[in-house]
Write a protein that binds this ligand. Structure first.
Ligand code: ADP
Length: 272
């Protein structure tokens, strides 16, 4: 039984885009065109591609932050337009690439905001909410920063706090846009291990936009390679992380070798 099948019987959520596309105002071409993808329970999917290939736009379409000009996005078979925002926020967690937090706030309080969609009519947090916040802080290694003002943190610390807020939300689907961009090797590995644990232990459906082809190949069930707004290649890492696919997408020749890891063997890419 594949991980995804196992998770489906446990009641995970599936996020699907069908022929989805988007064009920014004033643009001459679509930033995303005719993309069909499914993010299934208990799987980790990596979305890769050169700068400007449409990854962030696709993630925003999947998150309901942009309305598609073609196609549709559905969560558990229901179009995103038909979900009440709070019900959607109880299932779908998003860590955007860029975020401005315009007000002074302590790390703990920012992470606790992830619980809002779960709070009852009086909006006061209970024991389960407090536990979720503590666990999220601890899992992202930001417990010691809990009392610090968010604004005083480094880029990498902020990144981990934003991931903690999404985890506190306890989502069944988690979308992350370059979550490890400003993290050093240790934290980058710990975030991929964390995402690995979320899919295997909690059947979360995870989509991560990343430039780290090698960690994507090592940890992902599926890899998607975008180019010029279209899905150029999609499949298991061994099908997609190949010299031909990598060169076709990045316009750079690549050497690909199989490397054994604790998680199993994975193709690893070296630019030639
Ligand atoms: P990626 O995440 O792969 O770097 P994006 O989805 O950010 O790609 O961008 C895809 C295309 O859409 C690029 O050509 C980019 O310049 C354009 N684009 C992105 N955001 C905007 C915007 N707010 N307004 C106009 N064009 C945009």
């Amino acid at each position: 039984m594949r991980r995804g099948d196992e998770a489906l019987s446990g009641g995970g959520s599936t996020l699907e885009a069908s022929g989805v596309g988007f064009m920014y105002d004033g643009a001459r071409t679509k930033a995303v065109s005719s993309v069909t993808v499914a993010i299934r329970p208990g799987t980790l999917t990596s979305l890769l591609g050169p700068n400007g290939s449409g990854k962030s736009t696709l993630l925003k379409l999947l998150a309901g932050g942009l309305d598609p000009v073609e196609g549709s996005v559905a969560l558990d078979g229901r179009d995103l337009d038909h979900w009440k925002p709070r019900a959607l926020a109880r299932i779908l967690g998003v860590v955007p690439q860029i975020e401005h937090v315009p007000f002074p706030v302590a790390v703990h309080d920012l992470v606790a905001m992830g619980r809002y969609p779960h709070l009852g009519p009086w909006r006061s947090p209970g024991a389960a909410d407090r536990d979720a916040v503590e666990r999220a802080l601890e899992r992202c290694g930001v417990g010691p920063l809990a009392d610090r003002p968010f604004q005083s943190l480094s880029g990498g610390e902020r990144q981990r706090v934003r991931i903690a807020r999404a985890l506190a939300q306890d989502p069944r689907v988690l979308l992350l846009d370059e979550p490890t961009a400003s993290l050093d090797m240790r934290y980058e590995m710990s975030i991929f291990r964390l995402l690995d644990g979320l899919r295997t232990e909690e059947a979360v459906s995870v989509l991560v936009v990343t430039h780290n082809v090698n960690l994507a190949a090592r940890f992902s069930d599926r890899v998607m390679l975008m180019k010029e707004g279209r899905m150029a290649f999609e499949g298991v890492p061994d099908e997609v992380v190949t010299p031909n696919c990598i060169q076709a997408v990045y316009d750079w020749p690549a050497l690909v070798v199989q490397q054994a890891f604790a998680e199993g063997s994975a193709p690893q890419v070296f630019p030639r």
